[in-house]
Design a protein around this ligand. Structure first.
Ligand code: GDP
Ligand code: MG
Length: 439
């Protein structure tokens, strides 16, 4: 879906003249992509109408301006559709919280419990897993053992309410700050399932009940969340299998319509294939394919004269571009608050496409790179061939920096592309900024 939407926007951006025809064609393609993802028909129709209302082409002059206004309107409308508009309970590190996971069988509860635990463990929490189902204990035990997360459960005890109660009690005593309770689910929304959930909730007194849902159900997500909400006080939703399923965005928008906050999405079977759900980056990165970091550097080059650009962006590279050089440059950029300074140099029209948050987002991206690079050994930093960094090294860097393996791999890929551009530009005056720009 992200592909077809960003393609439609890109094609529109490439058109020499932006007229009603070009805009309608772009909107048609986006609408078709959303409908194919099972987004509610009325939502899609409203989105089209709203965009057309915001963008009155005849009142606008200049091609650049029109493009930006249309893109911004698309961004805003997609955010509006997917915004659950309500924050959820957030556990605090160091304070014991009980989090209970509910959902239908096969939705991904057990996997998601483990991902949620792992995600927090990487950030320095002390999570623990409790299985309140004899049948599912083995699966939880295996995942927990692999990720080195303490677990509790029973193969034989039939009183699952008691098992849940004992598990929570034990981990509170052991000063765990995130006690995650996995529950069983049946194939459909039976009364006995809801009764069971209710009893486990009574026994464990969860601070937050998370409803786990498979994204492949699309619009039907609306009814499913409502049904569960009637029986337990669902405080947040996690949508799984956003990787392989065409109906993912349909499920997201349906959940948003119930005003239930979506807090994470699952994007694969592995323990780190898990993302915080935040509407703006989701729309920007996944649906519109914007790369904030390169886009930002791009804009600096577009509008700020070379000699006025921050020193760190124009420093010529005389040596091989090692990870250490990128690391040092990024550290400087963060230290001096240069990002804010650069932003203040940009004309408003350049930053308005992604309204608030852009600056923070870029800063966060650079910060995360710096954290990961900080976890690398001297040898790794001075290495100018990223291919030589092995899988086990990547895992170590991820563990030490508390970032997912996929993110470390992404950083190395970015760096690899930088070095490729660098070698192409051999001999010419090159700068880090031009390299970063080419990401
Ligand atoms: P439960 O019955 O609700 O506990 O579901 P499980 O945790 O056992 O998951 C059911 C299946 O879905 C397993 O094969 C998981 O590996 C798979 N699964 C869970 N989350 C995801 C996800 O985000 N993406 C993909 N592709 N598969 C997932
Ligand atoms: Mg399970």
């Amino acid at each position: 879906l992200g592909g077809s939407i960003s393609l439609a926007v890109e094609q529109m951006s490439n058109a020499t003249i932006i007229d009603d025809n070009v805009m309608n064609q772009c909107l048609n393609e986006i609408s078709r992509a959303l409908l194919q993802s099972d987004v509610n028909f009325k939502l899609v129709r409203d989105m089209e109408t709203n965009i057309k209302k915001i963008v009155n082409l005849h009142d606008l002059s200049g091609g650049h301006n029109k493009r930006r206004i249309i893109q911004k309107a698309i961004f805003t409308e997609l955010c509006r559709i997917l915004d659950p508009g309500k924050p959820s309970f957030t556990p605090k590190k160091g304070q014991a919280s009980v989090i209970m996971f509910v959902g239908l069988q096969g939705s991904g509860k057990t996997t998601t419990c483990a991902k949620y635990a792992y995600y927090h463990q990487m950030k320095g929490w002390k999570p623990a897993l409790v299985s309140s189902r004899a049948g599912a204990f083995d699966q939880l035990k295996q995942i927990a053992t692999k990720a080195k997360i303490p677990f509790y459960g029973s193969y034989t005890e039939s009183d699952l309410v008691r098992v849940a109660f004992e598990g929570v009690k034990r981990f509170k005593k052991e000063n765990c700050d995130l006690i995650i309770v996995d529950t069983g689910g049946h194939h459909n929304q039976e009364a006995s399932l809801f009764e069971e959930m209710h009893q486990v909730a009574e026994a464990t007194k969860p601070d937050l009940v998370i409803f786990v849902m498979d994204s492949s159900i699309g619009q039907a997500a609306f009814d499913q969340v409502q049904a569960f909400k009637q029986s337990v006080s669902v405080g947040a939703v996690i949508i799984t299998k956003m990787d392989g399923h065409a109906k993912g965005v349909g499920a997201l928008s349906a959940v948003a319509a119930t005003k239930s906050p979506v807090i994470f999405i699952g994007i694969g079977e592995d323990k780190d294939e898990f993302e915080v759900f935040d509407v703006k980056p989701f729309v920007g990165r996944r649906l519109l394919g914007m790369d904030y970091l390169s886009g930002f550097v791009d804009k600096i080059h577009e509008v700020v004269p070379m000699d006025q650009q921050p020193e760190v962006l124009q420093k010529p590279l005389q040596r091989n571009l090692t990870l250490r050089i990128v690391y040092e440059q990024f550290q400087k950029l963060l230290k001096r608050g240069s990002i804010g300074q650069v932003f203040s140099m940009l004309p408003r029209s350049c930053v308005e496409l992604v309204p608030e948050g852009l600056e923070k987002d870029i800063e966060a991206a650079i910060e995360s790179y710096v954290t990961m690079m900080g976890a690398m050994t001297n040898e790794e930093l001075d290495n100018s061939d990223p291919k030589l960094i092995t899988e086990s090294q990547i895992e170590r860097i991820a563990l030490a920096s508390g970032r997912p393996v996929t993110e470390v791999m992404g950083m190395l890929q970015h760096y690899k592309r930088l070095t490729e551009v660098k070698s192409k530009m051999k001999g010419e005056m090159s700068s880090l900024s031009q390299n970063v720009n080419a990401q």
